[in-house]
Design a protein around this ligand. Structure first.
Ligand code: SAH
Length: 369
């Protein structure tokens, strides 16, 4: 079955050619899907009724729909998005001085197993298609009547665990017949899959890379992030150095502060030492408590001291503007609640049996094979 929203203009042209249609029709169709927000073939007035019917017979469109929304006082809107198979993901719309930024999901659930994150509680259900990633933008824009100018791939899921669809997504949203979004306005966040970081560096795409580091050393990182069992911070640093050497782009390191675990001044100094020689920027985030995880936010004093210690060590640092905490904006919390309330996936797939180490073997194939 054709996944219309995930196809490139060239792939659409091939499909249309098989139907005996001229290739310029693919451009019209792509524009309807990615620029004009079409949710069915009906309204595609310049395609002709007969062709619209044939396309519909080949495969109907499967739009992503806003199922629920919560709006915070600062204007942040958190969406529960319904996919065509009845599954849910979350997206968060934030307003900044430079425009609207949307945080999108890359997978339904996640198999990375970070202990503070609600997205991973029930494991990975499936990857999103490139079209589903892009459609979160179109659905949010439709719902709020705004234009999204920036995207962060920081919602549910690990984007580098869905690498091919991620690259396809970047192509779709960047395409001039679609949203034509600048790749410089897109940030991709990873928990640190090193082989993918290198591969991504090799693409030369001017996307911003964010690394979820969250710890100053392996001992602490292993307590909270399962990926740290497989990848040491030294190995991660080497991959980041490779990325910086290849792209000359600054990497954002996300650092969640958790009370009594990683929020002391000595941790800040250790973090600064780790980042030395890297083109880095640190984004501090007080942990968003998730009931099942039991982590607490740092005190205001600890937070300030941590930031000041990094500054004293000449590490560029910002405090993430906290938006929408009251509306469960931490990854996966709205979805987790919706699932608990009995809005389960319509067509559940079995959990993949792969363990993270096996996943690592696949991801880091060359080294481990
Ligand atoms: N898997 C990717 C992207 C999704 S998570 C990654 O790990 O980067 C997006 C960001 O939200 C990550 O930095 C993640 O660590 C952070 N996050 C997850 N749960 C959180 C919580 N309870 N409080 C604060 N940040 C959280």
């Amino acid at each position: 079955m054709i996944d219309w929203y995930s196809q490139s203009v060239e792939e659409l042209a091939e499909t249309l050619q098989r139907l005996g249609e001229p290739s310029y029709r693919s451009k019209q169709l792509f524009r309807w899907l990615h620029q004009r927000g079409a949710q069915s073939f009906d309204g595609m007035s310049d395609l002709g009724k007969a062709l619209r019917q044939r396309l519909e017979e080949l495969a109907p469109l499967t739009p992503v729909q806003v199922e629920q929304r919560q709006t915070a006082e600062d204007g942040t809107v958190k969406f529960l998005m319904r996919l065509a198979d009845g599954r849910y993901v979350e997206s968060v719309l934030m307003r900044y001085s430079f425009g609207y930024s949307l945080c999108i999901s890359s997978q339904v659930g996640c198999r990375m197993g970070c202990r503070f994150c609600a997205s991973t509680l029930a494991g990975l259900e499936r990857n999103l298609t490139a079209g589903e990633m892009a459609q979160q933008i179109y659905a949010a824009e439709r719902d709020q009547a705004v234009t999204v100018s920036h995207v962060v791939v920081m919602g549910c899921g690990e984007p580098f665990d869905n690498y091919d669809q991620l690259l396809r997504f970047l192509d779709l949203v960047h395409h001039p017949l679609g949203k034509g979004m600048s790749l410089r306005h897109i940030t991709v966040s990873t928990c640190g899959l090193t082989e993918r970081i290198r591969q991504f560096a090799d693409t030369g795409l001017p996307v911003t890379l964010a690394i979820s580091l969250h710890a100053p050393n392996d001992t602490i990182r292993r307590q909270i992030m399962r990926v740290a069992q497989a990848v040491s911070m030294e190995e991660l640093k080497r991959a980041c150095q490779y990325y910086v050497a290849k792209t000359n782009k600054r990497i954002t390191f996300e650092y969640i502060l958790i009370r009594g675990l990683n929020d002391e001044a000595r941790h800040a100094r250790e973090l600064a030492a780790y980042l030395q020689g890297l083109l880095a920027h640190v984004n501090l985030i007080p942990v968003n408590p998730v009931a099942e995880c039991g982590f607490q936010r740092p005190t205001a004093k600890a937070l300030q001291q941590f930031q000041e210690t990094l500054e004293a060590c000449h590490v560029p640092v910002t405090l993430r503007r906290e938006m929408g905490r009251k509306i469960d904006a931490a990854c996966g919390q709205l979805r987790a609640k919706a699932m608990k309330k009995g809005a389960p996936p319509a067509k559940p797939l079995p959990e993949p049996k792969r363990s993270l180490t096996e996943g690592k073997r696949r991801i880091h194939g060359r080294r481990d094979d």
